[in-house]
Design a protein around this ligand. Sequence first.
Ligand SMILES: NC(=O)c1ccc[n+]([C@@H]2O[C@H](COP(=O)([O-])OP(=O)(O)OC[C@H]3O[C@@H](n4cnc5c(N)ncnc54)[C@H](O)[C@@H]3O)[C@@H](O)[C@H]2O)c1
Length: 366
Amino acid sequence: MRRELCFPMSADRVTGLVLDAGLEGLGALVSSSGRSRVFLVADERALSFWGDELDLELSGLEQAGRLLIRAEEAAKTVRTLESAWMAMRQAGLRRSADAVVCFGGGLVCDVGALAASTYLRGLPLILVPSTLLCQVDACLGGKTAVNLGDAKNQLGTFYPAESVWIATRLLATLEPGHFRGGLGEALKTSLVGDASIAAGLLARVPGAGEPGFEDWASSLVERCLRVKGAIVTEDLLETGRRVLLNAGHTLGHALESASGFGLTHGEAVAAGLVLEARMAELLEGSAPGLSLELAGMLPGLGIGFAGLSRSPGALADFLERDKKTGRGGQRTWVLPFGWEDCRPTLLSPSEESRLLGSLLEEDAAW
Ligand SMILES: NC(=O)c1ccc[n+]([C@@H]2O[C@H](COP(=O)([O-])OP(=O)(O)OC[C@H]3O[C@@H](n4cnc5c(N)ncnc54)[C@H](O)[C@@H]3O)[C@@H](O)[C@H]2O)c1
């Protein structure tokens, strides 16, 4: 079932991607790129399940050192980044002979990749994403980040990995909320660039461990990454089309924060897609259509609206912290007007509060 894909990210950087069920071959990939030592940045929980397999796979390489991260939003900080730099220094990492391997979900990959991109002005980077969200989305495109206080992902670089190794078997140990989060992000990708993903793969979601799960996951991951790859290879630095990947995210981030992070990122994005689709309809003065269709899909993904904040005050408060607010309080939303038809839409503060007010008064979609 192994698939190999290649995405040219910039004039001097290509991300090679291997999609397989397991980790067999990862060690050979690292050594074939001429690196003899690896520095591991790993998700503590993922490693508790898969550490033996990973160690075995990397046993032919010298281990320069490792940093374990407990993947909680509170750990996505400059302090953790500094710990990574210090551990890299202690390991005496060299740009020419060593590689950083990040093993974990979006959080660990974001932090580990930021450390790799800045230490010695950039070390070779290999990502091994272990969550569905990271496999369908975060592992490709080079965004790295830590938070600055309560401002999410405020510090970061664009630093595409040299290689990404995707092993769908790792998804078997994910907690259900994090699996659902990955499905939410896949729904966004489908809405942005390939309606057939939702029509086919997301219409029936097998449980991890069920027969056929790995083929289903592999197909979902590949199709999502082809959509994202087509966008980021054209616009790595988000000066144009890449912004479309933020569909559902403006309200999604606010809902995620308002839930006290009880909702996972991808679950909040899925709910954000429904509500932002309704905002697009309200803007056009049309009856619920796409928003109802999307809302109808969420139960099949195991995602519900229970627990979502309906308080305009709380949502407005969290929206204000969004780093995408521009001059005069105007904000660019990426509103879904239809399948494969998401559009950047600049809203003034008064338009925004009118739309949000109408949205929150309606019970139709949620
Ligand atoms: N760089 C990007 O393009 C990009 C895109 C989307 C999101 N993100 C970032 O990704 C982060 C969210 O990532 P995520 O949804 O992957 O979650 P995560 O990295 O926070 O991990 C979620 C949970 O799953 C656990 N886990 C990870 N792999 C596991 C496994 N195989 N088995 C069991 N448990 C496992 C972790 O320990 C954690 O408890 C956010 O910080 C977000 O900002 C980055």
